[in-house]
Structure formats: structure tokens, C-alpha cells
Design a protein around this ligand. Structure first.
Ligand SMILES: Nc1nc2c(c(=O)[nH]1)N=C([C@H](O)[C@H](O)COP(=O)(O)OP(=O)(O)OP(=O)(O)O)CN2
Ligand SMILES: [Zn+2]
Length: 149
């Protein structure tokens, strides 16, 4: 049976700020992120299996990515916890805002590294994470590829 790649796309709105950055993205701002997750595997060949013909049910992939990423990042603001932004984060959390403190600078590059780790942990053994694409704006995106890492 051939190995096939399948992709599921997601959208979420997240705020962030790049502490120490020398441009406008040092300010707290947000993006309508577009995330594409591509996995590979062999379509199930057992015609008695309810998932016959599927590498992984798109719904199962959606559940994993929603639980690990979308539900957590959507409408939250992400700050690097190793910067003075932690003070701002505490203030926002005390006022009831959804804030994520991560141990990296929240660029698209670092976010795809984080997302890859989280998704890989949840995939069944026969399904491989092939790549992730995270689009910050219409013209800017970062990609993680298994073959590079
Ligand atoms: N290599 C990276 N560079 C920048 C990142 C990043 O994650 N990785 N992030 C930012 C900002 O957070 C923000 O995304 C601004 O990006 P930019 O593409 O510069 O956005 P603009 O709206 O100014 O771009 P247009 O060219 O007008 O679309 C900055 N850099
Ligand atoms: Zn940004």
C-alpha cells in the first residue's frame, strides 16, 4: 500500500509580543494564525475496519490538534516567561485574561517547534508527523519538516 500524506487546516486568533525585538512586533498585538498539519501513513486496507481507506480520520487529527493547540492558543496572549513580560502576564491573568507563558520567544519559528512536539506525542505509532506550516500573516509563515529535524 502506498504511503500518503494528509493535511488538516486550522485557524486561531492569538496575541503575542516579542520582548527585546527591534521592530513593531515588540508591542502586544495579535494574528489570525493559519495552521496546516500534515501527517503520513498507509491507508487502512482492512475493509471491515470503520476507518477503511483512511490514513487517520480527519476528525481524529482535528481532535488532537484542537486539544493540544487550538483550544489553548485561541484568544489567548502568549508571552515568553523568561522576560519581564511575565509581570504584564500576571496582571492580565489576575484580571481574568487568558494568558500563556511559554519558555521560548513566541515567533512563528518557535511556535512550530512547540506544536510539533505536542502533536508527535499524541499520534498513533503508525502515523508520522510530516510537516507543520504556521502562517502569521498573508505573507509570513514558518514550516517544520520531520526530514529536517
Ligand atoms: N522570522 C520572524 N520574523 C518575524 C516574526 C516571526 O515570527 N518570525 N514575527 C514578527 C511579528 O510578530 C509579526 O508577525 C510581523 O511580521 P511581518 O511579516 O513583518 O508583518 P507585517 O504586517 O509588517 O508584514 P507585511 O509585509 O506588511 O505583510 C516580525 N518578524
Ligand atoms: Zn506578531
Amino acid at each position: 500500500m502506498s504511503t500518503i500524506r494528509i493535511t488538516k487546516q486550522f485557524n486561531f486568533e492569538t496575541g503575542h509580543a516579542l520582548y527585546g525585538y527591534d521592530g513593531k512586533c515588540k508591542n502586544v498585538h495579535g494574528h489570525s494564525y493559519k495552521l496546516s498539519v500534515t501527517v503520513s501513513g498507509k491507508p487502512i486496507s482492512d475493509n471491515t475496519n470503520v476507518k477503511f481507506g483512511m490514513v487517520i480520520d480527519f476528525s481524529d487529527l482535528k481532535k488532537i490538534v484542537n486539544e493540544e493547540i487550538v483550544d489553548i492558543f485561541d484568544h489567548a496572549t502568549v508571552f515568553n516567561k523568561n522576560t519581564p513580560h511575565v509581570e504584564l502576564a500576571k496582571e492580565l491573568m489576575d484580571r481574568g485574561h487568558d494568558v500563556l507563558l511559554v519558555d521560548y520567544q513566541p515567533t512563528s519559528e518557535m511556535m512550530v517547534i512547540d506544536f510539533a512536539k505536542k502533536i508527535k506525542k499524541r499520534l498513533p505509532n503508525n502515523i508520522k508527523l510530516h510537516s507543520i506550516k504556521l502562517q502569521e500573516t498573508d505573507s509570513s509563515f514558518a514550516e517544520w519538516f520531520a526530514k529536517d529535524n
